[in-house]
Design a protein around this ligand. Structure first.
Ligand SMILES: CC(C)(COP(=O)(O)OP(=O)(O)OC[C@H]1O[C@@H](n2cnc3c(N)ncnc32)[C@H](O)[C@@H]1OP(=O)(O)O)[C@@H](O)C(=O)NCCC(=O)NCCS
Length: 360
């Protein structure tokens, strides 16, 4: 076999905010439906039901003094430290995010300069050839940035790419919308480097799809369910949760299967499925359907590591944070070993779905 260029992960990092927000923190919220009507259930009943249908018990919120690019920068420093890669040798910094630079108390749009440019400055990188830009692709943004980085590396033009995913969803969460309890803050960062090899390694294949005709409004920016005087319009993240759930269940398993077929890797050879964490029950259902599609295989009990019960849905940060926790032996005995084959998969605003097969 002739030598080829592959993209391999050589460093990972994360920033998990220290503010632990349990479900009980929402006990005094005034929750309503989308017409502003107060629910008949008590808040205790609402949060118990919420945990039952999502498995979320806690989430993390960023400290008031930190912005989105700060979180991304802290994760990036962690990834650089763990990689041994010299920061001046980075060809690209790609920052996946969805709401720009969010500051405490200020939800105005701030996407200029890009968050990647802000991180490059905070990292004190002098090299003008380190190209820094943002990528907006809903929750699958981090994985899509990894896919872009793979194209750059496989072309032979780039050697080291830093991919960051960070969002502060607590700052665009409507306190009157019970679905907002899903959201969390966080950042993850991953370093990809080029490796020439006779045998396939690193990123093997990937698959992305965008379903916009029917599904582009599943996640959207909207008003508070109970607008107060002076509340700005259209600044909260809203979703049609049930429809979104059904969309994910219908299309994510097939997209993963397409990706597996492209790679020639069998599902039975997969050691871990690292999937976007938006709802624990939804991820279980997706996994079961995937194994059913592939000849009704039984699902290995430890194949899908989860963080959602204590980290919530931190958008683009969930998968890189999960990966970092596993690689640094910080997640309930989950391990990834040399030679393991892994599925990465995500679904989110767009609606977009992506999947990637990776060999360690
Ligand atoms: C939003 C979501 C949690 C709602 O759950 P669901 O099971 O679809 O909810 P349903 O509308 O079918 O309602 C089921 C029950 O849960 C209750 N419920 C719905 N949403 C709730 C919430 N956020 N909190 C508490 N209870 C809720 C309903 O009142 C209903 O109660 P009942 O059985 O007593 O009548 C779920 O649809 C979901 O997680 N969707 C996907 C979210 C996602 O992937 N977002 C992507 C962000 S990247």
């Amino acid at each position: 076999m002739s030598k080829k260029i592959y993209s391999v992960i050589c460093g990972t990092g994360k920033y998990i905010p220290t503010n632990i927000i349990s479900n009980e923190v929402f006990l005094n919220n005034h929750f309503t439906d989308n017409s502003g009507k107060t629910f008949s259930q008590s808040n205790i009943e609402i949060i118990e039901k919420f945990e039952q249908i999502t498995t979320i018990n806690q989430r993390r919120f960023a400290d008031d003094n930190l912005t989105t690019s700060d979180l991304g920068w802290l994760a990036a420093e962690d990834a650089l430290n763990s990689s041994g890669i010299e920061r001046e040798s980075l060809d690209y910094i790609i920052f996946a995010q969805n709401f720009g630079e969010l500051r405490h108390g200020n939800t105005g749009v701030d996407i200029l300069p890009s968050l990647a440019a802000r991180v490059k400055k905070k990292l004190n990188i002098v090299n003008p050839n380190t190209v820094a830009y943002d990528l907006l692709f809903g929750c699958p943004g981090w994985l899509q940035a990894m896919i872009q980085a793979d194209y750059y590396i496989k072309s032979g033009e780039a050697h080291n790419v830093l991919v960051i995913g960070a969002d502060i969803l607590s700052r665009i969460s409507d306190p009157h919308d019970r679905d907002s309890m899903i959201y969390a803050d966080g950042a993850g960062a991953t370093l990809l480097t080029s490796q020439t090899s006779n045998t396939p390694t690193g990123i093997l294949t990937h698959k992305t799809r965008s379903d916009t005709l029917e599904y582009s409004e599943m996640l959207f920016m909207g008003d508070s369910y109970l607008p107060e005087n002076g509340t700005k319009k259209g600044i909260y993240l809203k979703m049609h949760g049930r429809k979104l759930y059904q969309y994910a269940l219908k299309h994510v398993p097939g997209a993963i299967q397409d990706c597996l077929n492209k790679s020639g890797v069998l599902l039975s050879d997969i050691k871990k499925v690292l999937i976007h964490q938006a709802n624990g029950k939804m991820d279980d259902a997706i996994l079961n359907r995937l194994y059913k599609l592939e000849g009704d295989l039984s699902v290995p009990f430890d194949v899908m590591p989860m963080t959602i019960s204590w980290l919530g849905n931190s958008s683009v940060a969930t998968i890189p944070t999960l990966l970092d926790l596993i690689l640094k032996n910080e997640l309930d005995g989950h391990k990834i070993k040399k030679g393991d084959k892994i599925i990465f998969a995500s679904v989110g605003a767009g609606m977009n779905i992506n999947a990637m097969i990776y060999q360690v």
